[in-house]
Design a protein around this ligand. Sequence first.
Ligand SMILES: *[C@@H]1O[C@H](CO)[C@@H](O)[C@H](O)[C@H]1NC(C)=O
Ligand SMILES: *[C@@H]1O[C@H](CO)[C@@H](O)[C@H](O)[C@H]1NC(C)=O
Ligand SMILES: *[C@@H]1O[C@H](CO)[C@@H](O)[C@H](O)[C@H]1NC(C)=O
Length: 420
Amino acid sequence: MILTLLLSAVSCLQPPLATQGKFFVDVNGEKIHLHCSAWSGVHQKEFLNYGMENQPLSVLADNFKSAGFNCVRYQFSAQVVKTNPVVNTTLVEKYNPQFIGKTALEVVDSVFAELSKREIMIILDYHMLDAGGCCSPLDQNGGWYNSRWSKEDVQAQLVTMVNRYKSNPWVIGVDVRNEVRSMYDLIGNTQIPNPFSLFMPNWGQGGSWDWAVEAERLGNAVLAANPNMLIMIQGFYQIQLSELWFWLTHSKNNCRRPRIPQVLTLDQIKRRPINLNVPQRLVYSCHTYDFFYDFDVYNMTYTEWKSQTQYYWGDVADLPDVPFFLGEFGTNHNADGLNTNFFKYLMQYIKEKKMHWAYWAYEGTYANPNPSQCALAPPSFLINEDRTMMNSYGLLNTTYNGFAYPPQLAELQSIMFKDI
Ligand SMILES: *[C@@H]1O[C@H](CO)[C@@H](O)[C@H](O)[C@H]1NC(C)=O
Ligand SMILES: *[C@@H]1O[C@H](CO)[C@@H](O)[C@H](O)[C@H]1NC(C)=O
Ligand SMILES: *[C@@H]1O[C@H](CO)[C@@H](O)[C@H](O)[C@H]1NC(C)=O
């Protein structure tokens, strides 16, 4: 009895988590800082985590743990949940032959089992509707419906995913929709943009593009299935018409992501706060990369950069009663990447705020969209992705048995706060 009590007193993390002020607490009331990494691939067209063709799952999970992360932000699509295809034998036969003939979600089950065994928490990230890479406005995946996925269907796949892992307490939360942004849909299965399908998200201004209303609806649907889930709600991109015009007129270039910041301003939150049906569940979130800034971040002082970032989402990150999760950021895994003002400023900012975060990304390779395939085409039309491109932001190297640039990992370890 005493031994059990002692053990539970010293034992670490016990999920599920709840929010408490700006922090998270586990079932014992221990404060938890989230320091995570994305490990993607399941949202792509091969429906499989990167690295499965390079190393055994146990090695991939061991390296994730040894890096010091306590959670993974895990990408999936509506398509993988709904179609759940058998995974590509060529990609698993060498290092993970146990997955030959298994479906995509059966492989995810095994990944989650391995991560949970190592006490890694899992945040489900609803990254895409159609399987494929994110995030150009012409991928038709910027909203919560398109011509192939109805609102109801999009919600149903999310709830199916939540229900599938309901009995695993290490699955702690859901990022209900990734990087909501303006988009055009196409006319049916053609390559022709539908001018009547323009989608321009707003926050609390009503109509069918109101992301605050939709995020709340998705969050409450998740909580109805599993009231223990944390609900991550991201800001969105207010893409200018000029940006949309650029994409339409440079169709070969439309793989590029928005060159504008993702925002969630204090004004938006005050005007239209999110109200979930279960208390202590809500988390606000935004992403940032240097290529989001349309001004010369490299020549800004920290003070200038900080005041800009405060407006974008930093004021919301300072709210005393809701945790903020920097759900994506990244930089090149070399000395140049670490020495950019952007990365140095962001590291300082994260330290000042003791921010919760997820790095993008763990994997050493990724599927590079072939520029010729970036012309107006729903991601589902693209096949045979090449997964062997080096991921210049990747923590792992391309053989997945070592880290690409140890000083980069050391930087991240310096923001894995223990003393919160
Ligand atoms: C920063 O400013 C200097 C001098 O104005 C300029 O030469 C340089 O190109 C700028 N850096 C970048 C990354 O644009
Ligand atoms: C399976 O993956 C291999 C290697 O990337 C690829 O060449 C092949 O086309 C894929 N098979 C299918 C059916 O997509
Ligand atoms: C990845 O790192 C491991 C361990 O340091 C090393 O053995 C391997 O050669 C590296 N792979 C590449 C492509 O650099």
